[in-house]
Design a protein around this ligand. Structure first.
Ligand code: AMP
Length: 612
């Protein structure tokens, strides 16, 4: 027997309709790409988004066509999103931090017909234009005065929508219609497209509005630093209008001073970003003795949040941190570390340990942990295995079936993350499957070591990779970027780790570097680090093959950031050895040889997923 309730398709245009109807006067404030702060409202955004729809129709865009955006978080970007999705076209968010070849591949693979672009990215598009012949129109998210001649034939957004009518019907199609397309960063193989549906985005929005998830309300002022081009700004461009929160869009300025300015001048109560952004903000606040007078809560995800950030926010600024985990394939929010009743009753320090985990699943996300033989593993907080997910906003297959069948027999998607689950259902990522360090048949979590190392007061960033070792297969190497003006020694860092990790996890060497390269999504680019360190020989490895010759042949560790075009914000500097790193090589190895003992596999280990 069927239920007899209304058929009300879950399409995202209804979100902006709702915002206009019930929160029409609520502000949307943007730091525009042209510079000035621009103020508008949900009602005005709704009207202009409708004009975008008509403009697209006039350009020949039909339902199902892909329309790309290459843009920062601004009110105009939101208008473009809803204008595209409202008529059943697919909004393809392009990540400007990708290399030009990757952008070409993605644009052609998606078969984008139109690209909305910010002024910032005109040089990139001008350079690749000849290689993306399927793109018929470029729309520059600005006015005629700023259009310039970098991209001949490009249309000015303001003129385009001024000429279009706001009278257009949105929705009216099946809720399973595709709404958005976002490619994974493609660290292995070609980037793969995740094709969201209206239904999946709508359900994700409802779930993330929950008090234990993002928990934003009509009274909140929300600043999504996390970009709309990476995992949909964690759904905030849907959930903020859905609840009627004021929205503050940071444009292209994501440095500590600019973010702080917006937080204070706009009275932001809630914000979301990756750890690097918060690291920059905290450093800025400390350097300038700045305060956070309105901010109450930040959600941090994308990579593991270091303890120092949680403590910094809590103890110095009275801001609560919620750690969250997710991925492009999960729309993206998968888990969040909000306490359950048992955890809420614990003392602050114990609660903090749960905050550092990636958290628990909301309704709509199923999680399981399996070993390499697909056997379910216990939720004991220490056994780690492959993390798999299922749910109505989890990917079922990639766009154009790239990668074939990606679900197991039970319909679960393998996240590629390695994790533990504890008795409270709190998940903790211990590594990416490809980054886990395999030492003597056991697994070492590179992330766990680097999180602790990053908490050293002198450390700005830390990365751990596995380096080949003749006896143990791989051993950990810790790379540390020190805060400006600091000096340190390998021993200082190894002592800092002592007692916090199993002894056999202790890195075999510490290299001080001037920069740790970040990938296109702002995460530590371990693939690049590994690639550049491929000739590096661990002192312990050299010792075990009889030393001096191998040592002399071993180059200084040197890491290069990806070659980057000048549209970037300077986070991709080439790394060169710092003065304290160009120590006399022999001396440094003598020191490390004296300090380090050969690693021993844990006596109680029973298999690759068991950690001591
Ligand atoms: P992306 O699809 O680019 O957002 O990347 C998703 C991946 O980022 C996940 O599979 C994790 O490996 C990593 N990730 C996301 N959030 C966290 C987190 N809170 N802690 C550790 N890793 C994370």
């Amino acid at each position: 027997m069927q239920g007899l309730m209304q058929d009300w398709p879950l399409t995202v245009d209804k979100i902006l309709d709702h915002a206009k109807a019930w929160h029409g006067g609520r502000e949307v404030v943007s730091r525009s790409v042209e510079g000035p702060i621009v103020r508008t409202t949900y009602a005005a955004i709704h009207e202009r988004a409708k004009r975008v729809s008509n403009a697209l129709k006039a350009l020949g865009v039909a339902p199902g066509d892909r329309v790309a955006t290459l843009a920062w978080n601004t009110g105009r970007h939101i208008e473009a999103w809803y204008g595209i999705m409202g008529i059943g076209a697919v909004c393809h968010t392009l990540n400007p931090r990708l290399f030009a070849e990757q952008l070409v591949y993605i644009i052609n693979h998606a078969d984008d017909r139109v690209i909305f672009t910010d002024l910032t990215f005109l040089p990139i598009l001008a350079a690749i234009r000849d290689q993306i012949p399927g793109v018929k129109h470029f729309v520059v998210l600005s006015d005629e005065a700023h259009l310039g001649d970098q991209l001949p034939g490009a249309l000015a957004y303001e003129t385009l929508i001024e000429q279009a009518s706001a009278d257009v019907a949105w929705g009216g199609f099946d809720e399973n219609t595709a709404a958005g397309l976002c490619y994974t960063s493609g660290t292995t193989g070609n980037p793969k497209g995740v094709l969201y549906s209206h239904r999946s985005n709508f359900l994700h929005t409802l779930v993330t509005m929950g008090g234990d998830v993002l928990g934003i309300r009509a009274t909140d002022t929300v600043l999504p630093v996390v970009p709309m081009f990476h995992a949909n700004a964690w759904g905030l461009a849907f959930s903020a209008p859905a609840v009627g929160a004021k929205l503050v869009m940071p444009g292209q300025k994501l440095d500590g001073a600019s973010v702080h300015e917006l937080l204070e001048t706009e009275g932001v109560t809630f914000s979301a970003a990756v750890p690097t952004v918060w690291q920059m903000l905290l450093q800025h606040l400390r350097a300038t003795k700045g305060q956070l007078t309105t901010l109450k809560r930040v959600v941090i995800g994308g990579s593991a949040v270091p303890e120092s950030i949680v403590r910094g926010f809590r103890d110095e600024f009275g801001v609560d941190v919620t750690h969250a985990w997710g991925m492009t394939e999960t729309s993206p929010l998968g888990t969040q570390a909000t306490p359950n009743a048992a955890i809420a009753a614990m003392d602050d320090e114990t609660q903090l340990q749960f905050k550092l985990k990636q958290g628990r699943a909301p309704l709509g996300i199923e999680l399981k942990l399996v070993d390499d033989a697909e056997k379910d593993l216990p939720h004991d907080g220490s056994t780690f295995g492959r993390l798999k997910v299922a749910g109505p906003f989890v990917v079922g297959q990639y766009f154009k079936s790239e990668g074939g069948n990606i679900l197991d027999d039970a319909g679960f998607f393998d996240t590629g993350d390695v994790a533990t689950l504890d008795e409270h259902g709190f998940m903790q990522i211990t590594d990416r499957a490809k980054d886990v360090i395999k030492s003597g048949g056991e697994w070492i979590s590179s992330i766990e070591i680097e999180n602790i190392a990053a908490g050293h007061p002198k450390a700005e960033l830390a990365a751990v990779i596995g380096v080949a070792h003749p006896k143990w297969d791989e051993r950990p190497l810790l790379l540390v970027k020190l805060k400006a003006g600091e000096t340190s020694t390998k021993e200082e860092f190894l002592q800092f780790l002592e007692g916090k990790i199993a002894k056999w996890w202790t890195p075999d060497d510490v290299a001080f570097v001037e920069d740790i390269p970040l990938g296109a999504t702002g995460k530590i680019d371990k693939k690049l680090i590994r690639d550049r360190m491929k000739d590096y020989v661990l002192p312990t490895a050299a010792a075990s093959v009889g030393g001096a010759v191998a040592l002399a042949a071993s180059p200084e560790p040197k890491i290069y950031a990806p070659e980057h075009s000048d549209h970037d914000d300077g986070a991709w500097l080439e790394w060169t050895p710092s003065p304290h790193q160009t120590l006399d090589r022999t001396q440094s190895q003598v020191q490390s040889g004296a300090k380090l003992q050969s690693p021993e596999a844990p006596a109680d280990a029973v298999g690759p997923f068991r950690r001591s």
